[in-house]
Design a binder for this molecule. Structure first.
Ligand SMILES: [Zn+2]
Length: 311
């Protein structure tokens, strides 16, 4: 290297300080936007509570030539098509009645959103066939396959939220209530396992049930003799049950989605490099590859069902 070695030590501390200042300001600004006091130790009062709740949508960035700008000041990289991102909707920058979204890399958003607090975790939602209409998206773009999370990212985002909320409740000494009946919980946790027995779930949407039993099932099994069934959450979910330290790690959502996407790319590559081939051999069993390929697909809205119901 030709550059003088004394250049870096002088530049680095001030850059780090500047980045810290950006993050402190952006954190305060996000808290204000959510109607929370800037200082997290202050109790929120009804006077500061905003009437509009922002949702932190987890979605896939749609096609675009240059990608979207990340709203975290100082972030040098655009969010490129196909990457998971956070869309804060409604965003900070609304134009006369037209509500827009603010986009962030997941890891950038985690620098300013305090996911050890329920106020923040509660606002996280995956963009899926069931939720996209609340995200105010163009329907034809969604039906072209844009924005919606793949099956694995959908299950992981929802389970991340449940796991973090459970840890918060444990920390705060609050009993966690499961929103689901025992039969639905069994389906959500155990579908795909050879031990899973289909149960009747009254009033459930048949299309959704079919998906949860097949495409969205978190387990992959080689049959009744399989003692090492593959489980999506064991493989990729970063927050660990009964480990309060998971709450101190700001980046468990980003880490979960990063690890998942990394293996999706590896398992679905048509033309793996020599290095990738080695990684596949070391990291993925044939059962894992089968599971990842199944869960890498995006479940689309039930257009046919909606059309038939409309007749
Ligand atoms: Zn960023």
């Amino acid at each position: 290297m030709d550059s003088p070695s004394n250049e870096h030590p002088t530049a680095a501390p001030s850059e780090a300080k500047e980045e810290n200042e950006h993050i402190i300001q952006a954190t305060k600004s996000l808290r204000r936007h959510m109607g929370l006091p800037e200082d997290p130790t202050e109790k929120s009062s009804s006077a500061t509570a905003s009437s509009v709740k922002q949702t932190f949508w987890v979605e896939v960035a749609p096609p675009s030539t240059r990608g979207a700008k990340c709203r975290l000041d100082g972030c040098p990289a655009n969010i490129m098509p196909g990457q998971y991102r956070i869309a804060v909707y409604p965003g900070f920058h609304d134009f006369r009645g037209h509500q827009s979204s603010d986009f962030y890399h997941v890891v950038c958003f985690e620098k300013i959103a305090d996911f050890s607090q329920a106020d923040f975790v509660d606002q996280v939602e995956p963009v899926t066939r069931n939720t996209w209409s609340f995200r105010n998206l163009n329907s034809s773009s969604v039906l072209d396959g844009n924005y919606l999370l793949d099956a694995g990212a959908e299950r992981l985002t929802i389970s991340w939220k449940e796991a973090v909320k459970k840890l918060i409740d444990e920390r705060d000494g609050v009993e966690t209530k499961d929103d689901w009946s025992a039969a639905v919980r069994d389906l959500l946790d155990n579908a795909g396992s050879s031990k899973y027995v289909t149960q009747e779930i009254p009033d459930a949407n048949a299309f959704q049930l079919r998906l949860l039993r097949s495409r969205l099932a978190p387990n992959e099994s080689d049959g009744p003799d399989d003692t090492e069934e593959w489980n999506l959450f064991d493989e990729y979910l970063a927050p660990r049950d009964d480990d309060q330290k998971s709450l101190e790690d700001r980046h468990t959502l980003g880490a979960t989605l990063f690890l998942w996407r990394d293996h999706v790319v590896l398992a679905t590559s048509n033309n793996p490099t020599e290095k990738d081939k080695k990684r596949i051999e070391q990291e993925l069993t044939p059962k894992a590859i089968r599971a990842i390929k199944r869960l890498a697909v995006t479940p689309m809205p039930d257009i046919q069902g909606a059309f038939l119901r409309g007749l």
